[in-house]
Design a protein. Structure first.
Lengths: 263, 282, 358
């Protein structure tokens, strides 16, 4: 009875995972398809993987995507971490207001956020392009950082910080020596989440990019009608695999550290 | 904020939020006010008007809005039905950290979501992967590409993680002894679920619902890719106002209509999710 | 006390993987008894309670309740209720709804439920708290609600899992009296888990001392305190001097080279034993009057008594006395024969493992 229940549980979990990963498998298979059309299988090839690196439009879009993701995540992490410390020190009402504002881009429709930012740039006669996309990404990324860091800050023990002050540390020194190590996991996950969200964003980029700048998302969208270039499948497969490997390594390391902590 | 600025000596750390405050006012609050401004003024002379908002009453727009609401409601319900048992299963597996769960459900985001949606075209097409599989099993084939059903599938696929993660987060936080206490007081499994587990998971349910409903309601990419050009959602209508017709005012007016639904969602979250932690997905 | 077995655990064993939490445990609980399961954390006491409550099922053995085998019965069908560690109140319900939970499931009438809520709140001294939410109550108050929620169901047995663990000292002591009063008023059986030996001694009719899944000793508080069966129990219950000695013959033991008369018999001749002497049982006298001579090395005022350490024949004795002997003074050590407790040395390695790690 218990065994049957366990079997159904695992089966169900497996089913959802198949659902989540089936399209990814399709894309990986397509990246090895020698036919240019995704509708038919033309035999196995790795040519898209080599032609990928000579395709300037894809390479430029990749560069834009990665730079925007990295820069926006970094800047958002700095601003968001500072903001979290600030919010954590606020009294009840200003604090509630700040958390409310933080929730707006999280809960608002991306299309409205994108449109509103586009309107701002256009009204200011600020040329749409790389920097407008970057600003927009920073904007929707900061809340992810705040919402990752703030709970960690609330968990930190205030008396360790006070103990550090008591032992003669300056507030800044005490922060970096005592608080920072405690909230670092939150900062890191905020950064990674921001990076991921920026990488996967389409709608907001779509409205704020102007005519000149392309990220991978907007490039793919513009190709949906005429057909996505097979190199794009190859690139996504590579990106996906590298992240998969990275995450497995991090997970192993975390598990190892957790084990060490237990002892 | 102004309250804190008045007494910086008392609480200087609160000032660290200043750059963030300025940023959010500049890039969130003001832009939203601009949507309100454009939505309520006429394109020709900038005079105050409700005409842009009234555009929603035009039959084709109303049809698009109605279809959007219907499809996003259906996909939200499907997401909830799929995700709740899954989150319960994950909870009962009692992982030491949630990194495994996050890994499984965040990882797909690293494959571009548009590409993954396009991959569903391949799966759902008349001669696609799914039908090949069904034919192999001697089952009747499915022709759902370019129909609302395909759009619903795309929505469910894209936004399912946003239902699973908050649900799992709230369920995992329920003290095992609270459940034991209900059993101890005579409740059977069904009563325990209805009276204890489900009510306690409500914040996660609410934030999961809004996190699926809002993006489903406002998407234009999924409907474009999986609906062909046959199915028009409110997101497509608004997008066209801006990108094809260049009419900011009417686009903003229609966005304001969307905002009403967003505001309702936000109010719901604010009411039920007091800890604010179920929206954090990591 | 009524000699009537209510609960009987027979050969109960529980393992998690390769870890044996409870090893072949046999225990019976009588009607109207206050039984305390006492031991250090991880000794299996909570697991034992959870097996009685039905939250864990034993890998081997049986649980008998009122003559019926309930080993496989789910918790909601057992006639007992639990007060959980950290209370486990339903935070989304009011106090009244919390207390009414079990009664509503049993489909009692509205009138009956309301009367019961009133009665239970009065019993735990929290009248008028019906419409408060659990979060707005202090720890001690939440604890009382948890007890009220359990007892309205009129269980035959109340299981309490370290219920006072999260409270501060003063409140804990108040609640101990409160619990004893409750038990007397309700006239039901209490099974109580704690790691606090003082709590156990104060409240219990019977104490079961456990460590590493084994029962070390079962007895009344007086038995456990005055006649610990082994060094573990002696050390865990109160402070004590545990010294290696040799049983010269019946009623005479040699400790650190000096002979002490005692009352124990049947250990054989020249047999190595453990000797337990409680700090308050040592009399400090003039050097020439003592059986052993030593020098006071430290002195601390403890309020009700002085705590002294006396170095004698290479062993540092802990002594509690209301009479002060200054540091550095030469003293004689005298112990009443009744106050010397002789115990067999552990023989197997398995038993060695249960020795206190000090």
């Amino acid at each position: 009875m218990v065994k049957l229940k366990n079997f159904f549980r695992k089966f169900y979990l497996g089913l959802v995972i198949v659902f989540m990963y089936a399209p990814i498998l399709v894309l990986v298979v397509l990246s090895f398809n020698s036919s240019k059309s995704r509708a038919k299988w033309g035999g196995f090839t790795t040519k898209w993987y080599s032609s990928l690196f000579t395709n300037d439009t894809i390479m430029t879009a990749l560069k834009n995507t990665l730079i925007i993701a990295l820069l926006s995540a970094l800047i958002a992490t700095v601003i968001g971490t500072l903001a979290s410390v600030g919010i954590n020190h606020m009294k009840k009402i200003p604090r509630a207001i700040m958390i409310g504002i933080t929730n707006i881009p999280m809960l608002n429709a991306d299309i409205v956020t994108g449109i509103s930012m586009m309107l701002l740039f256009l009204a200011l006669h600020y040329e749409l392009g790389f920097s407008s996309v970057l600003i927009s990404h920073i904007t929707f990324n900061i809340p992810y950082v705040v919402l990752s860091v703030l709970p960690k800050l609330q968990q930190t023990n205030r008396s360790t910080y006070e103990a550090a002050l008591d032992l003669g540390a300056s507030p800044i020194y005490a922060f970096f020596k005592v608080i920072f190590p405690d909230i670092f996991p939150g900062i890191l996950s905020g950064f990674l989440l921001a990076f991921t969200m920026s990488l996967d964003d389409f709608i907001i980029t779509h409205f704020t990019r102007g005519a000149t700048v392309n990220t991978l998302s907007t490039m793919i969208y513009s190709e949906t009608r005429k057909g996505v270039k097979p190199e794009m499948y190859a690139l996504s497969t590579l990106l996906f695999l590298s992240v998969l490997i990275l995450l497995v390594i991090i997970n192993r390391k975390n598990a190892y550290q957790a084990k060490k902590k237990e002892r | 904020m102004s309250k804190n600025a008045k007494s910086p000596a008392k609480n200087p750390s609160a000032l660290l939020a200043t750059p963030y405050t300025i940023w959010m006012i500049g890039f969130i609050v003001i832009p939203l006010l601009m949507v309100v401004y454009y939505g309520m003024t006429a394109k020709s002379d900038g005079a105050f008007t409700f005409e842009n908002i009234k555009l929603i009453a035009q039959p084709e727009n109303l049809r698009a809005l109605w279809l959007s609401i219907l499809l996003s409601l259906i996909s939200t319900i499907i997401c909830l039905v799929i995700a709740y048992p899954l989150a319960m299963i994950l909870r009962n597996m009692k992982f030491k950290s949630n990194s495994f769960i996050v890994m499984i459900f965040i990882l797909p985001m690293w494959m571009n979501s548009l590409l993954r949606t396009i991959a569903w075209q391949n799966i759902l097409e008349r001669k696609g992967v799914l039908n090949a599989f069904l034919t192999f099993l001697n089952l009747p084939t499915l022709n759902i590409i370019n129909t609302p059903a395909a759009i619903v599938l795309g929505m469910v696929y894209d936004f399912l993680p946003f239902m699973i993660l908050p649900l799992y987060n709230t369920l995992a936080k329920i003290d095992e002894n609270v459940i034991n206490a209900a059993r101890d007081l005579g409740a059977n499994s069904r009563q325990t679920f209805m009276k204890i587990i489900f009510p306690l998971s409500l914040p996660g349910v609410i934030s999961g619902i809004t996190m699926v409903f809002v993006p489903s309601l406002t998407t234009f990419a999924i409907s474009n890719i999986l609906g062909g050009s046959k199915v028009l959602l409110i997101g497509n209508v608004i997008e066209q106002q801006f990108q094809k017709l260049n009419n900011w005012n009417s686009g903003s007016g229609l966005s304001l209509v969307l905002m009403v639904f967003v505001l309702i969602s936000m109010a719901l979250v604010a009411k039920y999710d007091k800890g604010g932690d179920s929206t954090s997905v990591w | 006390m009524i000699e009537n077995k209510l609960i009987d655990l027979i050969h109960v064993t529980k393992r998690y993987g390769n870890n044996t939490i409870i090893d072949d445990l046999n225990l019976y609980i009588r009607e109207n008894e206050f039984l305390t399961l006492l031991g250090p954390s991880g000794c299996g006491k909570t697991t034992t309670l959870r097996i009685i409550g039905g939250f864990e099922s034993p890998d081997e053995g049986q649980v008998i309740f009122g003559g019926k085998d309930i080993t496989k019965l789910p918790p909601n069908e057992r006639q007992l209720n639990t007060v959980f560690q950290k209370y486990a109140l339903f935070t989304h319900m009011t106090i009244a709804e919390n207390i009414a939970f079990g009664l509503k499931i049993k489909k009692k009438s509205k009138q009956y439920i309301n009367d019961k809520i009133k009665y239970a709140l009065k019993l735990v001294n929290l009248d008028g708290y019906e419409n408060r939410m659990p979060d707005s109550l202090s720890g001690g108050q939440q604890q009382r609600i948890a007890i009220a929620r359990a007892i309205v169901n009129e269980p035959k047995v109340l299981l309490l899992d370290e219920p006072l663990g999260a409270l501060d000292l003063k409140l804990r002591q108040d609640m101990q009296y409160e619990l004893i009063r409750l038990k007397n008023e309700l006239g039901i059986t209490f099974v109580y888990v704690t790691h606090d030996q003082e709590e156990a001694l104060t409240m219990s009719d019977t104490i079961m001392v456990m460590t590493q899944g084994y029962i070390q000793q079962i007895g009344t508080p007086e038995d456990i305190y005055n006649e610990p069966k082994n060094a573990f129990v002696a050390d865990f219950i109160g402070e004590s001097n545990i010294i290696s000695g040799t049983m010269i013959e019946d009623k005479l033991v040699n400790i650190l080279g000096c002979n002490f008369p005692c009352v124990d018999v049947g250990f054989g001749k020249n047999k190595p034993v453990d000797v337990v002497i409680r700090p308050e049982d040592i009399d400090l006298v003039k050097p020439e009057e003592g059986l052993m001579q030593g020098r006071v090395t430290s002195l601390i005022f403890k309020g009700v008594h002085y705590e002294m350490e006396v170095m004698a024949n290479g062993y540092e004795f802990l002594v509690h006395s209301t009479d002060l002997s200054p540091v550095g003074s030469e003293v004689g050590i005298k112990v009443d024969p009744f106050d010397i407790q002789i115990m067999n040395k552990p023989e197997s390695e398995d038993e060695e493992a249960v020795m206190p790690l000090e």
